[in-house]
Design a protein around this ligand. Structure first.
Ligand code: DQA
Length: 145
């Protein structure tokens, strides 16, 4: 089984970016932990981060034909703005789990709406890096479509 971990804009700055909100772990650390966890679970983990909406869309489209079984996505600010990302996820018809490090519901109102949530298998917010791990553990239990 293969899981694709997608991270959106500004998440390359994790560890240095508002650590009181997003924690002090870097994205490289999170990606490494996910790859290791995946090895234990028998899930191959691929990771991709971009600050560019179109690159994220291209990567989602590529996932349709590269053997990806499930996507775990933190679309960051694009969560709240991007109909294009939503359409890409709908188009590839792959199951996905939406993850946010922070609890977006206890933050500014503009973070309360997601263009992705109603299409997602599930949504995890506020558990920090553990949210990605929980999503991967869940992904490992899903049957191949
Ligand atoms: C985020 C929450 C978003 O509102 C924000 O724009 C981010 C990160 C999170 O992981 O908590 O960049 O997705």
């Amino acid at each position: 089984k293969r899981a694709l971990i997608l991270n959106g804009p500004n998440l390359n700055m994790l560890g240095r970016r508002q650590p009181e909100i997003y924690g002090s772990t870097t994205l490289a650390d999170i990606d490494r932990k996910l790859v290791e966890l995946g090895q234990g679970l028998g899930v191959e983990v691929l990771t991709f981060q971009s600050n560019h909406e179109g690159e994220l869309i291209d990567r989602i489209q590529a996932a349709r034909d590269d053997g990806t079984d499930i996507i775990i996505i933190n679309a960051a600010a694009y969560t709240h703005t991007s109909i294009a990302l939503r359409d890409a996820l709908a188009a590839v018809e792959l199951p996905f789990i939406e993850v946010h490090l922070s609890n977006v519901h206890r933050r500014e109102p503009f973070r309360h709406h997601s263009y992705l949530s109603d299409l997602a298998v599930g949504v995890i917010a506020g558990l920090g890096e553990e949210g990605y791990m929980a999503a991967l553990r869940y992904a490992a239990t899903l049957k191949r479509a």
